[in-house]
Write a protein that binds this ligand. Structure first.
Ligand code: CO
Length: 172
């Protein structure tokens, strides 16, 4: 495994549409392994392939809603599609490709995604709260969209210094 460089806003790669994954081969597995290492090192809750310069439909989200004593774990989603949403949440959101900037974004409270795993097997997964937010955020990356487009406003330096009271403000 290896750390990959995370592209930042302004890089045209982040504005492009990503292609589906059709070969679930060693190269894709290496990409996913590298993305997991990069995500863990970054301290964020999600990472999409275009953020590491690969225009393929693959995203990782850290599932943080785990029972006490359980380890958080990374969900790998290839060719993900949102198939159901429920409710609404409004709070702070950030992005590893837009360091230090947090905006207030409204997302569904619960999101169900259908995706394929690294071997091409289909599955569905439901996320709540921060996980649902990250599902939406990462899948937006696959069509070249950043959270800034959906932010109703950007948090001020005072709000940031105040401990991100408006929400989790996690990077994804
Ligand atoms: Co992001």
């Amino acid at each position: 495994m290896a750390l990959r460089n995370i592209l930042e806003k302004g890089d045209p790669t982040l504005e492009k549409n990503c292609r589906p994954i059709t070969d679930f081969n060693a190269r894709i597995h290496e990409l996913l392994d590298d993305m997991a290492e990069t995500l863990t090192a970054s301290g964020g809750v999600g990472l999409a392939a275009p953020q590491v310069g690969v225009l393929r439909r693959a995203v990782l989200v850290l599932e943080t809603n785990v029972d006490e004593g359980q380890e958080e774990y990374i969900i790998e989603m290839l060719n993900p599609e949102i198939i159901a949403t429920e409710g609404e949440q409004t709070g702070a959101e950030g992005c590893l490709s837009v360091p230090g900037v947090y905006g207030i974004v409204t997302r569904p409270e619960t999101v169900t995604v259908r995706a394929q795993d690294r071997f091409g097997e289909s599955f569905t997964v439901t996320g709540h709260g921060l996980t649902a937010r990250a599902f939406c955020h990462e899948i937006d990356h696959l069509s070249g969209h950043l959270f800034l487009e959906k932010a109703e406003r950007i948090l001020t330096p005072e709000e940031l210094a105040g401990g991100e009271e408006d929400g989790d403000g996690e990077d994804a």
